[in-house]
Design a protein around this ligand. Structure first.
Ligand code: 13P
Ligand code: SF4
Length: 311
């Protein structure tokens, strides 16, 4: 058992060395989302939320971006940096919510609500982004909606994020009926039980959670916002209402804090697909590559860049 563990550790070290060499050879940067498995977070150059990763994709100098996350994140990187090679090591890692609205449906909404602005969550296809006026992430949805001149806003696809955003604006928000299959399952009952079990703990949830869960939370933020909050808060114990992968990041960056999952079943299978071996294979074979046709990318880029230009 002991020998096996040591061998495993050596194997991990060899992998890290191989990845370092390949990254240099390919002029590559590895970006990983906060929900990735620990071994992948550990080998990444940057771990962050969707907004931080999009900004990194737009500003890093490397010629190759290895995206450890899901399809829409790699697509966003490819849209922002068409001159770079963007690879998604787990080529089939997708976000089901991004498939819940189409560009055609956005056009129908525009006809139904003439004059309304269209905000799309970054968890969308490139085609939906191209059909929208501006993109947003969980970190800036409120800021994005407030930045608009229009009083009516169509918000796709996440109804929970739309309803959360509506709490902070006088504008009329028209939500689409999409949802995250992981966050939408978290229940107010789980929050009540966690509060009983950890009295005095702070409950932090993601805005993709249902309104009844948001109502009971002490704090609502993006995944990286959660990590920052845990590190900065004087509290010691935190109940975390999002995908459980974030706990590794929190324990690493905020070692003195106790972080427990609100729902241990909150696991995004797609975010768990990427492994260090897949990262190596991607660097060796330069695939699977994510590309977006320029006629779609042009419109999508305008929506994402409009978001990125907001401070
Ligand atoms: P963040 O942008 O907050 O990291 O969220 C991404 C996501 O997919 C949440 O489910
Ligand atoms: Fe999509 Fe939900 Fe997974 Fe995030 S956690 S990638 S929104 S399915």
């Amino acid at each position: 058992m002991q020998a096996k563990r040591i061998a495993g550790r050596k194997g991990h070290g060899d992998l890290a060395g191989r990845i370092r060499a390949l990254k240099e050879e390919r002029d590559a940067v590895i970006l990983a989302h906060n929900y990735q498995v620990p071994e992948v977070q550990d080998l990444a150059d940057l771990v962050g939320d969707s907004l931080e990763l999009a900004r990194a994709a737009a500003t890093r100098d490397e010629a190759v971006i290895i995206f450890c996350g899901v399809d829409f994140m790699a697509e966003t990187a490819a849209i922002l940096s068409p001159e770079k090679t963007v690879l998604l090591p787990a080529g089939d890692a997708c976000c089901p919510m991004a498939q819940m609205v189409t560009a055609g449906e956005v056009e129908v909404l525009r006809e139904r609500y003439p004059g309304a602005a269209v905000v799309c969550y970054v968890n969308t296809t490139a085609e939906v982004k191209a059909a929208s006026d501006i993109c947003c992430t969980s970190a800036n949805a409120v800021r994005v909606v407030r930045s608009l001149e229009e009083d009516r806003v169509i918000f796709v696809p996440d109804r929970n994020l739309a309803l959360y955003t509506a709490r902070f604006t006088e504008k009329e928000i028209i939500p689409w009926e999409g949802f995250c299959i992981v966050h939408d399952r978290i229940t107010p009952e789980e929050v009540r039980k966690a509060k009983d079990r950890y009295p005095g703990a702070e409950v932090i949830v993601h805005p993709e959670c249902r309104p009844g869960v948001i109502d009971l939370a002490d704090q609502v933020s993006s995944t990286s916002g959660m990590v920052r909050h845990v590190c900065e808060s004087p509290k010691e114990t935190f109940v975390i209402g999002t995908e459980v992968g974030i706990l590794y990041r929190m324990r690493k960056l905020c070692p003195g804090k106790r972080c427990v999952p609100l729902s241990p079943k909150a696991i995004c299978a797609n975010m768990k697909k990427t492994t260090p071996t897949m990262v190596i294979r991607a660097l060796e074979t330069m695939g699977p590559r994510i590309t977006v046709p320029e006629e779609t990318a042009r419109g999508a880029r305008a929506a994402i860049e409009r978001m990125l230009s907001l401070q």
